[in-house]
Design a binder for this molecule. Sequence first.
Ligand code: HEM
Length: 404
Amino acid sequence: MTSQSVFERILDPAHRADPYPLFGELRETPVARQDDGTYVVSTYREIVALLHDPRVSSDRRNLGAGSADDPFHDRTPSFIGLDPPEHDRLRHLTMRHFGPPHSPGMIDGLRPQMLAITTELIDGMAGRRRADIVDEVAYPLPVAVICRLLGVPQEDEPRFHAWADQVIETLGPGEEDRAERERAREAAVLELERYLGGLTDDRRRRPGDDMISRLITYQGPDGAMTRQDVVATAVLLLIAGHETTINLIANGMLTLLRQPDLLERLRDDPGLVIPAVEELLRYEPPVQLVSSRVALDDITLGDTTIPAGSPIVLALAAGSRDPSHVSDPDRFVLDRPGNEHLGFGGGVHYCFGAPLARLETQIALTELVRRVRGPRLVDDPPPYRPSPILRGPRHLLIDYDGVA
Ligand code: HEM
């Protein structure tokens, strides 16, 4: 039996509940070459340098066979899988319909709806003493929000849930059933594309006040989107927009339930939710790794040169706990000042949905902490989903005394 490298152990589901000691080991070699030629980068400064380096491509078509899995990259590249200038054109075309500074704040306009959805979900926990925070709040809230933003009819939300699950669950480490997993993933993405293609055609004929209508009908100085661009962007927003936020909400409740004194502090001072969500993005980031980057040229970092053509993995979760960047990195500090984390990435691909994700999570945590009385964890650690990239609990069972 060959011994596993530190990175292989991080990918191994056996370490999903607490990968952080391994991330610490990984940082001992900031730029670590793997046997398959992939370079894993794990220290804050080096990750930031590569996120901003134009010699690092996000276009997986630049990768040879055996490219790393990446949850965001789909068959028809959406802008997360493109480089400038095409990336910038499509990102700006999408951005102008998403929120300030280009349009009248679609995100803030969603606040009352987000609160109403959250209230309804927590109302559903009344009259019982046990609930699953993942299935009952953390999952349905982001799905409902992103579907409403895009203009997906409410009755179709469960189908999205199933497709998105399939896309994520088929990601994971190991070569064994890779071909089979890729086929299952491809099938789910195809179904999503087919459905969203139909919706796009419908909105072109009868536009509404939703994102898909705006994307398909807009014509401006920076051009227009083709039908294929609109569908690829909608798939990206759907998958990037909810598989991540679920984990932030679930990781947030888990972290607070493990430290009830912090939960009390947040209940007494709800304004703390803003720094608390930033600290969660640093301490328990939903996106642990960014893969599918490729070096377009030889890149030297310290005493290591990443040769042109090499796949690169950026271990964001390791970088955000780098002791040379942040003091006391393994402690969750509710109101940590000057919090600079890598939770939303950086550079040209910096998370497009960060304002939406922050607001949803702030509302969900505030309301859960305020309304659910005497919450206690049932399983610690909870069961985790298999993905090492988008890491989070599969279920989060709590017992409680009632709902206010
Ligand atoms: C990109 C994290 C929520 C849409 C990214 C990236 C990260 C990230 C790390 C960079 C990926 C890379 O560099 O390749 C997160 C986290 C979220 C979240 C932790 C929730 C807690 C959302 C939401 C949306 C969204 C709610 C949309 C509604 C996107 C898009 C990109 C992106 C479109 C690609 C941006 C580009 O390529 O220019 N996200 N995200 N994300 N995210 Fe998020």
